[in-house]
Design a protein around this ligand. Sequence first.
Ligand code: URA
Length: 231
Amino acid sequence: MLKKNNSIKLIKYYNLINYSLIYNNKAINRYKKENFEISDNKVKSLNLLKKTISSIKNCDLKKNATNIVFSDGNPKSRIMLVGEAPGANEDQEGLPFVGRAGQLLDKMLSAINLDRNKVYISNIINYRPPDNRRPTEEEIKRYLPFITKHIEIINPKILVLLGSTAMNAIIGSDVVISKMRGKWIKKKIGSCDLSVIITFHPAFLMRQPAQKKMAWIDLKMIRDKKTDLKI
Ligand code: URA
């Protein structure tokens, strides 16, 4: 500890060399990235959720995975995208949509003037299913409370569900993507009133490029809704 006199001398010295001395004992905000400083409450809730997911017990997905894949993007965004589950690249990097499907997703976002600083991205499942298989019903049931809480914390206005796994988990298992995509659905999750849109998963679009024209329609709907909601 510095004695009072020494502190005063030190402050005078810093003033002399024109150094701005700021005393701040606030906790480090891990989500303070570029233009998106978020409230301490949101940071705490996100950190707690991540900790809760990583302490899940008896989960084979977690046992086989390298990293938890929690989220990417801007936690302050009013637009949240939810995919299915991490693949090999995501598992290695601990971030969603960083492989080939992620590159296509970035292109799709950029076509409507969005990027990862302007949206928030997560998945239904936070650990990579082995061999990139689809998550089972049981796994989805187990992880659903986490993504539900995640959506509540982010509190977006627009929720984009990428592909049928995300759609069936959030909207219900009795619907098919060919009928559901390209429509706005009003949905309440916790205290959040959401405009939900379902579109094709980028990995599906890589296999079925002819469907990109449908995805473009959905993207334009997102762009227009963003304008309507003044986001
Ligand atoms: N596919 C997904 O659904 N999520 C990812 O993070 C990567 C690929």
